[in-house]
Design a protein around this ligand. Sequence first.
Ligand code: OGA
Ligand code: MN
Length: 291
Amino acid sequence: MALEAEPLHPLFGARLKGVNLRDALTDGEVAEIVAALDRFAVCAVGHDRPLSNEDLIAFAARLGPMDAGRSPKITGTGIRIPHNEITDQSNLDQDGAIYAEGDRRLLFKRANRLWHTDMSFRQVRATYSLLASHEIPPTGGNTEFADMRAAYDALDDAMKKRIEGLVAEHCYWHSRSLGGGPDPTDEERAGRPPAYHRLVHVHPGSGRKVLYIASHIAGIPGWPDDEARALIEELTAFATRPEFVFSYEWSVGDVVIWDNLATMHRATPFDDTRYKRDMRRATCRETPVHS
Ligand code: OGA
Ligand code: MN
């Protein structure tokens, strides 16, 4: 494999050439991809047609323990993709039809338009997300990424000192509510309790310090809510300044792998009650999780 990385932005992001994620890759080839991820944090790989669910799962399993917990179902809905390892990020119901305006799943998924990192609301965090594109709308629906290593580096010393050692509470339902979603049922809420993580961590692969924030942050234990939210808003606004961000325009067959411990991302709008957007995500976790 002659892996070639073509940068997508001056700070981070690359398109990987010379690799097909459907192939049976050697450990050395996977290590080259991980090295590219440690450097670029977001890597896109194009294919002539969408990866099958099985191919996506098989490659993702090479990057670490996989998330395989069936997300608690949204009350009264069925499942389109029958693999516990895949999170359905489409706007499609179990029959492949576009959700009706007002469908609870659509309303909850619109929270993906807020800057976030995946599964920070779990105590065992997501490491890599691998999003495979099967169908895209004619316009809109890019995904934007922000480099949280570069953002941390650029903070002034006073802010670095202020946030060092602080822990934040991350809760899935907080971002659903910020995103305009309906109130969860008691059962939905109980299925996703909050998790607690430091605002600054050292990335295990690159050794770089990273600002670890997300729209899932509901507060900082011991702080008044308004002060905590003001700090998180200030950090989010700083970290998503244009110099730290690029927008990825999808093609069918792409797999974009991002490092949740080094970046934030967000979906951007498209006409989601008119066009299909079929995206399927496999996710790796810090350590194996059986749930
Ligand atoms: C995700 C996500 C954004 C998008 O899959 O975790 O946030 O553009 N996706 O679909
Ligand atoms: Mn996401």
